[in-house]
Ligand binder design. Structure first.
Ligand SMILES: *[C@@H]1O[C@H](CO)[C@@H](O)[C@H](O)[C@H]1NC(C)=O
Ligand SMILES: *[C@@H]1O[C@H](CO)[C@@H](O)[C@H](O)[C@H]1NC(C)=O
Ligand SMILES: *[C@@H]1O[C@H](CO)[C@@H](O)[C@H](O)[C@H]1NC(C)=O
Ligand SMILES: *[C@@H]1O[C@H](CO)[C@@H](O)[C@H](O)[C@H]1NC(C)=O
Length: 808
């Protein structure tokens, strides 16, 4: 009897095992079809999804938080799950009991737990046989003849996939927030009136077009309005072609790369390519290189400014409406009464700033006073914009939207404020500490960090592809910032502060002014790939170094836009740029003059630099680079760190020069060839030779070489013939090999042998050891093993004091 009982149990177990095997089997196989009458449930979202035959796309329930599910299609193998389509973007369903079913009447329907229909297809064909996820990422309903009677491609959300046509009446609509799905305000669509493909901000208060360039007409933008077919499509090579003749190609154009065109939450339209090794998305084209030109970005009254990342702020007298969301812009700090009388009003000038559109009135030529009086006399006028370019242009504004501050704008906006309102400069200044706030810490942890970093590097490569005519010169990478630091807390503006900085320090010079200042370019201080540098004296007695660029740079507007950004970079270990000249063919840059020559003059000559100074130079240089890479900017890679570019002031404080400039010559020229741009032989990271993506780690490498040279006092970047291997190799490689071998063998003599003998033993052992260690780790071949500049700074700060205690 007992035996029999066991048998029964065995059978039950066996059946259970068989059932579960079968169940697992049926679920884990790549199923791409949902038959009529069957359904997917949200409860076991993980095991219950459709996968396209080639595995590229998955379709099923996507969970965010604990109990919010979306029915979506996503790329199966991107590192972060990337949604390309959603049925219910504004209405997530519950976990328990929600399901997607293909009903007998041919309708695909999404039901919440209580049976409410959250979404359904417009297909009512009794012939519908199955729902199928295709290799293109298209979810289709097919009838018994295999004809498509409904497809998700006809109902895009914020993403367009290759072969998915954007048609009449359809649009891509951005998400409201980064990482969110709810419908936002930015639209990519064909204009009904003129058949032109556009970007528009369609917000709760205003609607405003911003792409293609609003200052130009349809034909000037290279579009046509005669073709009313209104269809645009991205092909598998990364080429986008639209019926209004707009077209572009991905920077990595070619077959076999997964791509998506996404209307991003920040108002930029970007083409992304999936790196098939890292599984990370890289931008391979974008519609808006200058983010501040995206409308609605900073909400009502908010002003977008490059600091140098695009950033929103409120003008004096206003504060943020919602600390977490710039869409709602700024609100006044004062009570708005019905209508301010002229004697109760004052105007606050915000230079180089304009709000686009919503003009009550515009006139020219007109004097400043007359313009002001028009605004005074009009209750609705909130501000007026005035610029004197030849003749006076006056625009009075009823609504303040799309504010941009950029030094290339020649006018000012004058805000109408109650006369009683205190707008104190000091209150604004007190904010300046927040100016260089590191970006959101969340961005810097774990996998997200990887994502962002990879993003950056390829962006770089992308910009690179424009650099055709520039050739091998010093190169500054200016990323016009898809990256937003909008999450800053308690931001208020320091526009006034910013302006002072710009006006007193950074400005445009005329060519004759600089010719005079340099005494007709008489004293040449040096000469590099990008041009010669001359000493000069400005009329205000400042001594300057004027760099005359020898290459053709891009158009004025971009040149200026970038310069204004660079003009704002301010760090004690970076050479300050005071101004520029862009006149006709002349392109000159005006830098502060640094007293004490460059590091190579102190390191590799008969003069001997003391230990204290050497350490100071190593630390200061690291700080300057860390600043460029991280603290404020996230966007500059120097690419040519070497002793020649490290200048020393009278106190031997290092200042890095030539985090300089060279960008796009002719943006977007199709078929432009480009040569890779390099730094200086001997200081260049292996990535350059290996054709790997260029990241900030190339600077870390160069810094490592410099640090080892600082310790050793000789050029390690020279090429020598090694006796052992009878082949030329860089002194560096030999040096690294020898030191590493000794360290490994516990041979303590390495330190003594490494440090410059000319110091005659007077140096801090701790510091020297630390510098060599850092130097060695910086010149690791594998860039992932090199530290970041921020880490280097910290390590050096930790042993900064040891010279005091030890004092050799
Ligand atoms: C469903 O919508 C698509 C796209 O808008 C349209 O082409 C199709 O005719 C619609 N079908 C029905 C049955 O209304
Ligand atoms: C309109 O655009 C479509 C799609 O680009 C193209 O196929 C068609 O030939 C164009 N029509 C005319 C009249 O140019
Ligand atoms: C990754 O992409 C490159 C470039 O398109 C291609 O040559 C390579 O074969 C791809 N590798 C894999 C594993 O798909
Ligand atoms: C605004 O008005 C409210 C009530 O009318 C008053 O309490 C407040 O002090 C006023 N604020 C300013 C800045 O005048």
């Amino acid at each position: 009897m007992r035996q029999h009982g066991f048998n029964k149990l065995d059978i039950i177990l066996l059946v259970m095992i068989i059932i579960s095997c079968f169940f697992n089997f049926s679920c884990s196989k790549n199923q791409n079809v949902l038959d009529r009458g069957s359904s997917l449930s949200a409860e076991d979202a993980d095991s219950n999804s459709l996968i396209s035959p080639d595995g590229s796309f998955s379709c099923g329930f996507y969970e965010v938080g604990t109990n919010a599910y979306w029915f979506a299609i996503w790329f199966t193998d991107s590192k972060e799950r990337t949604i390309v389509w959603m049925a219910n973007r504004d209405k997530p369903v519950n976990a328990k009991g929600s399901e997607l079913a293909l009903k007998k009447n041919g309708v695909l329907v999404l039901k919440d737990v209580d049976g409410t229909v959250v979404w359904e297809t417009n297909s009512t064909s009794t012939g519908a046989r199955k729902a199928e996820l295709l290799n293109t990422g298209n979810l289709v309903l097919k009838d018994h003849k295999d004809d498509i009677i409904w497809q998700s491609f006809d109902f895009p959300t914020d993403t367009l996939l290759p072969f998915q046509a954007l048609r009449k009446g359809k649009k891509l609509v951005s998400s409201l927030k980064k990482g969110g799905f709810a419908t936002g305000y930015y639209n990519f669509y064909f204009d009904n009136d003129d058949n032109v493909l556009r970007l528009v901000y369609d917000g709760p208060e205003i609607t405003s077009l911003y792409w293609p360039n609003i200052a130009l007409g349809i034909y000037q933008n290279g579009r046509t309005n005669y073709n009313s077919s209104r269809i645009a499509v991205l092909d598998n090579l990364g080429r986008f072609l639209s019926s209004d003749q707009f077209q572009f190609s991905a920077s990595d154009a070619g077959n076999g790369i997964k791509r998506r065109l996404t209307m991003d939450y920040d108002g930029n339209l970007r083409l992304y390519s999936l790196n098939n090794l890292t599984k990370v998305w890289n931008v391979s084209w974008q519609a808006m290189p200058q983010m501040c030109n995206v409308h609605g970005l900073c909400g009502k009254i908010g002003i977008c400014t490059y600091t140098p990342n695009p950033e929103c702020s409120c003008p004096p007298g206003y504060e943020r409406s919602d600390q977490s969301d710039w869409n709602s812009g700024c609100k006044p700090k004062f009570n708005i009464s019905s209508c301010l009388k002229p004697d109760e009003v004052k105007f606050l000038e915000i230079p180089h700033t304009d709000y686009y559109g919503f003009d009550l009135n515009n006139s020219n030529p007109i004097t400043f006073e007359a313009c002001r009086d028009i605004c005074l006399g009009d209750c609705l006028c909130q501000a007026f914009s005035y610029r004197l370019t030849g003749e006076g242009f006056c625009f009075t504004k009823g609504v303040l939207f799309n504010g941009v501050q950029t030094t290339s704008f020649p006018g000012s906006i004058y805000l109408k404020l109650p006369a009683s309102l205190q707008v104190s400069g000091s209150a604004l200044l007190s904010d300046s500490s927040s100016k260089c706030e590191p970006s959101d810490v969340n961005v810097r942890v774990g996998s997200t960090l990887m994502y962002d970093m990879d993003f950056k590097k390829v962006r770089w490569a992308y910009l690179y592809s424009f650099s055709a005519a520039i050739g091998a010169i010093e190169f500054l990478i200016f990323v016009s910032g898809w990256w937003f630091l909008f999450r800053k807390n308690g931001t208020s503006s320091n526009l006034e502060d910013g302006y002072l900085l710009i006006s007193s320090q950074f400005r445009g010079f005329t060519f004759s002014e600089l010719k005079k200042a340099t005494n007709n370019f008489k004293v040449e201080l040096g000469r590099g790939g990008s041009g010669a540098v001359y000493k000069g004296h400005l009329t205000d007695e400042r001594v300057v170094a004027v760099k005359r660029l020898g290459v053709i740079f891009q158009g004025d507007e971009e040149f200026l836009a970038e310069l204004s950004t660079i003009g704002k970079i301010n760090h004690m270990n970076l050479v300050r740029m005071w101004g520029f000249c862009a006149e006709g063919k002349h392109r000159l840059l005006v830098y502060e003059y640094i007293e004490n020559l460059s590091l190579n003059n102190h390191l590799f000559t008969s003069s001997v630099l003391g230990w204290k100074e050497r350490f100071k130079v190593a630390l200061g240089t690291a700080k300057g680079l860390a600043y460029l890479h991280d603290e404020c900017l996230e966007w500059v890679i120097h690419c040519d760190v070497k002793p020649e570019n490290i200048l020393l002031d009278s106190e031997f404080e290092p200042k890095i020069a030539d985090f300089g400039l060279a960008k796009l010559s002719q943006r977007g020229m199709p078929n432009s060839e480009f040569s890779r741009i390099r730094g200086t032989k001997g200081y260049m990271a292996p990535e350059w030779a290996l054709n790997l993506p260029i990241t900030a780690k190339v600077d870390v490498y160069s810094y490592g070489v410099v640090v080892l040279e600082i310790v050793k006092g000789i050029r390690l970047s020279n090429w020598v013939v090694d006796d052992d291997i009878q082949e030329p190799e860089a002194e560096l490689a030999r040096f690294v090999r020898l030191v590493k071998r000794k360290i490994l063998c516990g041979d303590a003599s390495w330190l003594e042998e490494t440090v410059d003998p000319r110091l005659q033993g007077s140096y801090s052992k701790d510091q020297a050891k630390k510098l060599v260690e850092i130097g060695l780790s910086c010149v690791e071949e594998d860039r992932y093993r090199r530290p970041s500049m921020a880490t280097v700074v910290q390590a050096l700060l930790d042993c900064e004091d040891s010279s005091r205690t030890e004092k050799t």
